[in-house]
Design a protein around this ligand. Structure first.
Ligand SMILES: Nc1ncnc2c1ncn2[C@@H]1O[C@H](COP(=O)(O)OP(=O)(O)OP(=O)(O)O)[C@@H](O)[C@H]1O
Ligand SMILES: [Mg+2]
Length: 331
């Protein structure tokens, strides 16, 4: 079994602009680790049921559940972290408040923690992830229950505040157990076992958000892991063909008509014009992709690219993305 060394990264936080593929990449990363024989926990914190959709399984709850058993011996577990059960678990653990949950609910403590103090809410959510990272087996030879934990995190617009639990909490708790909990979480988040990965499409806006996030994470003493360029379309044209198409004129048209004749396809001018327009769009998009890729290559973080899957991400496709991640050395 491929068990990570003591100094290896064990908490993978996956963020990125909304809709760029965070959940898909988080699931593929977790799958890649499970396919290498690891015990992996894949967790989400936004109550969106994104993971169960990507893995095509029943909705996840606040109790961990095995989702995929790999022939290598690895297992992928899923968890949807929710603030309220996390608070009850926390109170039970620290104050031995067994059945106090319902009482607290009546007096509004849960409302306080989940709505009035958003900083506390985030401590509860990430606190559950922190607990899973640090959990060990019982018995004499203790070892981590999970080799790796992958977090499908909030988007880049909110990731700084979400991970900066210390600063958020200091507004409501200067001392006491919540403060201590926030300090412990921050220590793990800033340690060498944690990496924050940034998912982006090769488009102007998400790439800009990625560059901004790298700066913000650095300011918070959080380590950036990989930058993932997701849904990259392979260029189908040579440079010469792309130039001919974007320049307009007859060269591209002549080449296209000749190529169509070669495979015995006779078409009218409308089809030829349509194909030329599509070709031009493809050439422009490829050029744009290349420009955005160059901006990402300027970063110190390793770049992982994942292909655009024309039919969207169906069931078996996740393994294909997982293999692509493994082949590039993992996140
Ligand atoms: N490599 C890919 N090729 C094709 N489609 C993809 C790829 N990656 C993701 N998608 C599709 O893009 C959509 C958005 O992906 P996903 O839900 O993972 O993004 P997200 O960043 O988690 O979104 P949100 O911000 O809403 O949580 C989904 O329909 C997904 O199937
Ligand atoms: Mg998502």
């Amino acid at each position: 079994m491929n068990v990570p060394s003591a100094s290896a990264v064990r908490l993978h936080v996956v963020t990125g602009k909304g809709g760029t593929g965070k959940t898909t990449v988080a699931a593929a990363t977790a799958m890649s680790l499970a396919m290498q024989g690891q015990q992996v926990l894949l967790a989400e914190v936004e109550g969106r049921q994104g993971i169960s959709q990507v893995l095509d399984t029943a909705p996840l709850g606040p109790t961990e559940r095995a989702l995929v058993q790999d022939p290598s011996g690895g297992t992928l577990h899923g968890l949807a972290v929710e603030a309220e059960p996390a608070l009850l678990e926390y109170l039970h653990k620290f104050y031995k408040l067994g059945r106090a949950g319902s009482v607290l609910d009546k007096v509004g403590a849960i409302d306080f923690a989940t709505t009035i103090a958003p900083g506390v809410r985030d401590v509860l959510l990430i606190g559950k992830v922190y607990e899973a990272v640090g959990r060990t087996t019982s018995g004499r030879r203790k070892r981590p229950v999970y080799d790796s934990v992958v977090l499908d995190a909030p988007p880049t617009g909110r990731i700084g505040r979400f991970l900066a639990v210390n600063e958020e909490v200091s507004q409501v708790a200067r001392v006491g157990p919540i403060r201590n909990q926030a300090d412990s979480i921050t220590r793990v988040l800033q340690s060498a076992i944690t990496r924050v990965h940034l998912v982006t499409l090769l488009e102007e806006m998400p790439v800009q958000e990625t560059l901004d996030a790298v700066d913000e994470l650095g300011d918070l003493s959080l380590r950036v892991g990989s930058v993932v360029a997701n849904a990259v379309r392979p260029p189908l044209l040579t440079d010469g063909q792309a130039q001919a198409l974007t320049r307009g004129g007859d060269a591209a048209r002549d080449e296209l008509v000749a190529a169509l004749q070669l495979v015995d396809i006779t078409t009218g001018p409308a089809t030829v014009e349509g194909l030329l327009r599509e070709g031009e769009e493809h050439a422009l998009r490829s050029g744009l992709q290349r420009e955005q890729l160059a901006r990402l290559e300027g970063l110190a973080a390793p770049l992982v690219t994942l292909p655009h899957l024309p039919g969207g991400v169906e069931d078996g496709d996740l393994r294909q993305l997982a293999e692509a991640i493994t082949e590039q050395g993992g996140l």
